[in-house]
Structure formats: C-alpha cells, structure tokens
Design a protein around this ligand. Sequence first.
Ligand code: ATP
Length: 270
Amino acid sequence: MSLLDVTGLTVVTDSGRALVSDLSFTVEQGGRLGLIGESGSGKSLTALAVMGLLPPGLTASGSVVLDAPGLGRTEMVGAAESRLRPLRGRGAGVVFQEPLTALDPLMRVGRQIAEPLRRHRGLRGAELRRAVAAALDRVQLPEPDRIARAFPHEISGGQRQRVALAMALAAEPTLLIADEPTTALDVTVQAEVLGLLGELIAEKDMALLFVSHDLAVVSGVTDELVVLKDGRAVESGGTADLLHAPRQPYTRSLVESARTFENALERITR
Ligand SMILES: Nc1ncnc2c1ncn2[C@@H]1O[C@H](COP(=O)(O)OP(=O)(O)OP(=O)(O)O)[C@@H](O)[C@H]1O
C-alpha cells in the first residue's frame, strides 16, 4: 500500500470548468515525487486537494488516500474537517512559496515553532524550549536565540522560509508537501534551502511531494516526476529518464528551457 494514492483526481469550479482532470499518481513511503508544469497547469490546486484545503468554489472528486503509519487510512476527498485536522501537520505537512502565509505576523518565531511541537508531540516546559532550539538548529539558522525572539518581518526571506520549514518538520510529517518553496528566494539561498530540504527528508525518511514550474529545481530533489499541462498529466516516469529522454513535446520544451537557464547561469557564474 502506498503512502499517498491519488486516483482520477478532478477539480472543478462551481461553473463546471475542470482545472485538474483525471490525475493519478502515487507516493511511496520515503519516496520523492515532483509535480511539474508551467504556471496555471494545476500544480497548487493538486497540492491543496491532497490536503483537503481547496478554497470555496472549487470541488474535488476522484480519490486521494493517505495511509500514514499510526494515523490510519483516510480518503481525503469529501472527508469531514474533523477527520482531516489531525492528519494535517503529522500525516502531511506543507511548505508554501511565500512563508508569510504560514507565519503569523504578530507572533514571535519561537512561539510559532512551539505550537506544532506542543500539539503533535505533546511537549511542554523546558523540554518544549529545547525542542524549539533544536528545530531552529536543524534548519541551520544562525543565532537561534535571536531568531526565536524575532517577529517574522524582522528576519530575511530565506530565514523565514527556513522557519516555515522548521514548523512543517516539527510535527514530523510522513509526507512533506512543498509548493514552490524556494521560488521567492534568490538563486544562492534557493540552492541552500533545497540542499537542506533534501538532507532533512533523507534523515527522517520522509516522503516528498514537490511542486514547481522549475525543472532544474525539482530534478535535484525528486526520483519521479509527473508533468502537468492544463490540469492533465501528459507524462510521468523516473526523473533521470524523463530528463534524458522526454517523450512528449511539452516535456521536451520544459527540459530545453531548464537547460538554457542552467547554461546561462553557468556563463554568469563562471
Ligand atoms: N479559486 C479558484 N477559482 C477559479 N479558478 C482557479 C482558482 N484557483 C486557481 N484557479 C485556476 O486554476 C488553474 C490552476 O491553478 P494552480 O494554482 O493550480 O496553477 P499552478 O500550476 O500552481 O500555477 P502557479 O505556478 O502559477 O501557481 C489556473 O488557471 C488558475 O487560474
């Protein structure tokens, strides 16, 4: 049984327009899958549907089964909020492109990281304080004491994304869903955060669903890819195979533009 089994996932608007159509994929325990496609192809909606977090006005059908060890097997499509809530964080955690969406602007960073540690791992008092320090340390934040006392606007964008990652990881999710987690960061910081993400995933044997328009980014952290176009999967397979021998013209064009970008980068940095 797979950790995440998505079968025939379809997302439609109230007016009947399909934004994701008949999408199927699986993520195994500890597996790393990339959902790739250009802007508007339905990647974010797929990630939201997997968490049961679609905005009002959109409806999912098909099946999304999350089978997280210790939490039971859950059909996420159509499940009641009360069934989904305990799964969010521990079953599946999310990191979004803009860390400010995950962070409360009025709460110090340390308290925000303490929240999932308290809720999901039942930590209190000195043990909780130590776990907050350890969580900040794990995402390699300098001066963890200062960062813990800071408000989100008092730290840099890269630091905020590390904090958001620390929060998602604090609940020790079986599956981490990362939606363009490094897109808002400059290239060097992007590479650092990606490297860190890869290490932490491997260390905890977490599964990863990585959503991005950027093939160069996704290929470094995933073993398998699903290529989305206009809400449909047009190609899927092993990351290395797809990069070296893309079958569909659309995938070929994504590979081409990733190569052009890499070459341009090389010329700049050489
Ligand atoms: N709440 C909504 N109501 C109606 N249409 C929506 C809604 N949210 C998204 N869409 C549309 O659904 C399509 C897929 O959106 P989605 O955000 O999943 O794309 P994406 O591949 O993640 O793109 P990006 O990389 O730009 O975030 C887009 O055409 C978008 O305009």
